[in-house]
Design a protein around this ligand. Structure first.
Ligand code: SAH
Ligand code: SF4
Length: 419
């Protein structure tokens, strides 16, 4: 999501005649697009700003935007610690960045403008034409914001309530992107399964995007509580959808899931995975898991390890719980850092073993790889179940769909041969 937002920022600047450059020292305008989902991301921002200060040329305009600035008092703290920042704006008015730049150039006066909700600025974000930098993949927002208020998460506070884009606008965007040669479209939203526009839901949107044109369709992120039973059928029958699902579980303990306000328990989660595998036996699965949520006991953590083992994810994004000011979990009893660190180490080790075993099992299978990179004659890409793969070919080009037989799996790195 942040990558795509940076593409939109680049689009705004390009439409005003600016070009991107490689070195901070050459830039007339520097934009730092921030994240605050975890504390580590936030601390890095200050480090970056210190470096930018020493590298930027005299008169260069320094802008900070993104979700870090949207937190209460964050802009004030930033102004105190980094008075050399020229423009600070929040997430809701980010699409107006061009106008803020004009104003700054015109007046030379520092700008700090954080809006409290999307209602103060209108919904212009979707109209920004991004400058796409993700190769054959194009990101398309289908919605903004989140209504879920998981107790650890800052997103609903800094991104506002859920807003869905009109289906016809999304379909038009996708058509246009396919006409300009993109081979993969990834639909974006904090909770895509709750997409609703008029009488259409998410599954309705996916059906609308099915096409005879050869491309790959992906989406993220899905919330387990909102996955509809028809999703598996649509995935199985679609000509374009990846047979892959990122379904963040966060924890394997019912007590912790409840404290997180996730609205499902481990058995419901298992039932959803079983239903998906019943229709798509080889579905690729990934998830987000957090360790060290307040009050998590060794037994809760063992339940997480057990769930991870039982599901058998191909890929797992593992995080140490990070306190976020203003969220309910921040006020709960916290764990020692050493406990969290020890648990994440165990989880990473366990998942590494699982990914390795699953990769080994895939040796001998023939898959269709969409080539996204090529270096000499080595091609890199992903299969229809989202397994990353490399193979040698002189003729295959970026954007081609190539049938490849998987020959080896070394530490979960797959290599194959063109069939
Ligand atoms: N809307 C998506 C993604 C939200 S942020 C979803 O619900 O899955 C991406 C991931 O960051 C989350 O799935 C969660 O695992 C992690 N995350 C969010 N807040 C966090 C926090 N306070 N500490 C650690 N990880 C966090
Ligand atoms: Fe955060 Fe939960 Fe919303 Fe995801 S669904 S963005 S984790 S509040």
């Amino acid at each position: 999501m942040n990558v795509h937002e940076s593409e939109k920022i680049a689009g705004i600047l390009r439409s005003r005649g600016y070009e991107s450059c490689d070195n901070v020292g050459d830039a007339d305008i520097i934009v730092l697009n921030t994240c605050c989902v975890r504390e580590t991301a936030e601390t890095k921002i200050y480090g970056h700003l210190g470096r930018i200060k020493s590298q930027k040329k005299q008169g260069a305009i320094l802008i900070v935007c993104g979700c870090m600035t949207q937190q209460p008092f964050a802009a004030e703290k930033l102004a105190k610690r980094c008075p050399f920042v020229d423009i600070t704006i929040g997430t809701f008015n980010q699409f107006l960045l061009g106008e803020y730049i004009d104003k700054f150039i015109h007046t030379g006066t520092k700008i700090i403008d954080i809006k409290q909700s999307e209602k103060e600025c209108g919904e212009g974000e979707a109209e920004v034409i991004p400058y796409r930098t993700s190769g054959i993949n194009a990101w398309v927002n289908i919605m903004y914001g989140c209504n879920n208020f998981c107790t650890y998460c800052i997103v609903p506070y800094v991104r506002g309530r859920e807003r869905c884009r009109p289906m016809e606008d999304i379909v038009k965007d996708v058509d246009g992107l396919l006409k300009s040669g993109y081979k993969q479209i990834t639909l974006l939203g904090q909770n895509v399964n709750s997409y609703k526009y008029m009488d259409k839901d998410f599954v309705g949107l996916l059906k609308e995007l099915d096409s005879d044109e050869r491309y790959r369709l992906k989406f993220m992120t899905s919330h387990p509580k909102d996955i509809s039973p028809d999703l598996a059928t649509v995935m199985a029958n679609s000509k374009v959808l990846s047979r892959y699902l990122h379904l963040p579980v966060q924890s394997g303990s019912d007590r912790i899931l409840q404290a997180m306000n996730r609205h499902y328990d481990r058995n419901e989660y298992f039932a959803k995975i079983d239903a998906l595998r019943h229709v798509i036996p080889d579905i690729g699965l990934s998830s987000d898991v957090m360790v060290g949520f307040p009050t998590e006991t060794e037994d809760d953590f063992l339940q997480t390890l057990d769930l991870v083992e039982r599901v058998g994810y191909n890929n797992l994004f593992m995080f140490i719980y990070s306190r976020r000011s203003g969220t309910p979990a921040d006020k709960m009893p916290q764990l020692e850092y050493s406990v969290k660190q020890e648990r994440i180490d165990r989880l990473i080790k366990r998942q590494f073993k699982i990914s390795k075993e699953l990769a080994l099992k895939s040796v001998g299978k023939t898959v269709t790889v969409l080539v996204s990179e090529k270096n000499g004659n080595r091609c890199f890409g992903k299969s229809e179940t989202d397994a990353a793969l490399s193979f040698e070919s002189d003729s295959a080009a970026i954007g081609d769909f190539v049938k490849v037989k998987i020959k080896s799996a070394v530490n979960a790195n797959l290599t194959g041969e063109v069939v």
